[in-house]
Design a binder for this molecule. Structure first.
Ligand SMILES: Nc1nc2c(ncn2[C@@H]2O[C@H](COP(=O)(O)OP(=O)(O)OP(=O)(O)O)[C@@H](O)[C@H]2O)c(=O)[nH]1
Ligand SMILES: [Mg+2]
Length: 443
């Protein structure tokens, strides 16, 4: 997919009807295309009113043209922006004209990919463009903007620098084997290791929050029939979406509602009540409920507070997914059941305990409303960070066990490599292909 020699063209504004439609051209032939389409080259970076003509010289539209000579452009190449009228036909005529003049259609994400390859952006920043465009809440948009301006990349680079210093330290010591160094009595080394360890923990926490900001947080509601799952969904979403009746086994399908908790996008999933001996339709509902659990970020286990079931939930909740016990129908209780950790007491009918439950969901998402501090992150980043942290701690264990630095040095190298994949300092064509193909055309 990576072919920088071609000149690419695509509509930069979404398809459909609008006041203005922008077509973008980037690459070596841009200047020639600008002359052919506009009659002459416009002044760089100055909006210039022109007629747009195709190769045969016919006028197809008129509007503003902007020319950015290389390298001062988004892609780092010569770029032409044609701001014409926003109709699908007019725009495709402009694209066709550029094609006739020697451009080819851009692949999804190809403009951003060129910006990356020309060092205009690192990978995290290129991804942040897509995240900013797709942001679902104001906080997510702000966080994406911070990633775009390099906040996340800087944190990753700082950690990579710390690893470099450590490696230099360790490798310098290894180079003098006759001196019989005991690494474990090297105060400076131990301090640097601790600092690095803390930096890993902090960055992983921030990235986890960033992931939640970008992807949202999925909360699956489970429990026995009639416990009040659907009532809770309706209460939290403020809408009468789910059918609520006193019949046990009302909900059979999976129901999803999007809510916003202080900028955290939460998807609530209501499921069929779990019980033995269901009828056929209900059994299918229960199967789907179990399936929904597999992708849950957190689980709300609803119980009827007037009839608390003892014992653990014998359900297949994946490891590491936080479970909150929600005791519902407080309004019917003569005496409140005992409170405890990870227990929230509510009444879906009166709304009691809702603020506490919202707060609890935020906490299980690891989401603090950091405002200006947050940046967006993706699963890919979390995995790379995890891998880097894993190599780091393997290195420390090796040092503890062997008292020699060779294994530590090697693990530090691998850890650094994993970090490099986040910003693209280390990247394969395959990784790049995967990342940029998720973008839409014109970005
Ligand atoms: N008094 C009181 N009644 C409630 C409360 N929450 C739910 N109910 C009632 O309990 C019954 C069952 O509520 P649902 O929300 O349908 O329960 P569910 O868990 O979705 O049940 P299934 O879909 O059958 O699994 C309904 O009659 C609700 O009005 C509550 O907090 N207080
Ligand atoms: Mg229900």
């Amino acid at each position: 997919m990576i072919n920088l020699a071609d000149t690419i063209v695509a509509a930069a504004t979404p398809p459909g009807v609008g006041g203005v439609g922008v077509v973008r051209v980037s690459g070596a032939r841009t200047e020639a295309i600008a002359r052919a389409m506009l009659g002459s080259l416009p002044e760089p970076r100055t909006a210039t009113y022109r007629s747009f003509r195709n190769k045969a010289g016919q006028k197809i539209d008129a509007g503003l043209a902007l020319y950015f000579p290389a390298p001062a452009s988004f892609t780092g190449e010569a770029v032409l922006e044609i701001h014409g009228h926003g109709g699908p036909l007019v725009q495709s005529l402009v694209v066709d004209a550029a094609l006739e003049m020697g451009a080819r259609r851009a692949a999804p994400g190809e403009f951003s990919q060129r910006a990356f390859l020309n060092d205009k952006l690192d990978l995290v920043q290129a991804e942040a463009i897509a995240d900013l465009i797709n942001a679902g809440t104001t906080q997510a948009a702000r966080a994406a903007l911070r990633s775009l301006s390099g906040a996340f990349s800087k944190a990753v680079d700082a950690l990579a620098d710390q690893l470099t210093r450590l490696r230099m330290h360790v490798e310098a010591a290894i180079d003098f084997p006759e001196e019989e160094i005991d690494f474990l009595s090297d105060e400076l080394l131990l301090r640097r290791l601790t600092e690095c360890d803390e930096a890993f923990t902090l960055l992983q926490e921030q990235a986890q929050q960033g992931r939640v900001l970008r992807d949202g947080f999925q909360v699956v509601i489970i429990g026995k029939p009639n416990a009040g799952k659907s009532s809770l969904l309706n209460r939290l979403s403020g809408q009468d979406s789910a059918i609520v009746t006193e019949v046990a086994g009302t909900t059979r399908d999976i129901l999803r509602e999007q809510i916003d908790i202080d900028g955290l996008a939460v998807e609530l999933v209501d499921t069929a009540g779990l019980r033995e001996n269901p009828d056929r339709v209900e059994a299918e509902g229960i199967r789907r409920a179990r399936q929904a659990l597999q992708s849950a970020d957190a689980v709300l286990w609803i119980q009827d507070a007037t009839d608390l079931e003892p014992g653990p939930i014998g359900e297949a909740i994946p490891d590491g997914v936080p479970i909150t016990q929600v005791q519902n129908k407080l309004d019917l209780c003569e005496t409140r059941p005992e409170a405890g950790q990870n227990i929230v007491q509510i009444s879906a009918t009166t709304g009691e305990g809702m603020a506490e439950l919202r707060q609890h969901i935020r906490k299980s998402a690891g989401y603090e409303n950091q405002g200006e501090g947050a940046f967006t992150a993706r699963k890919r980043h979390l995995h790379a960070l995890e891998l880097a942290a894993m190599h780091f701690s393997t290195g420390i264990t090796a040092l503890d066990e062997t008292h020699a630095g060779e294994l530590l040095a090697e693990e530090l190298r691998l850890s650094q490599r994993a970090l490099g994949e986040i910003t693209g300092a280390v990247s394969s064509d395959d990784l790049l292909g995967r990342i940029f193909s998720e973008f839409c055309i014109g970005k």
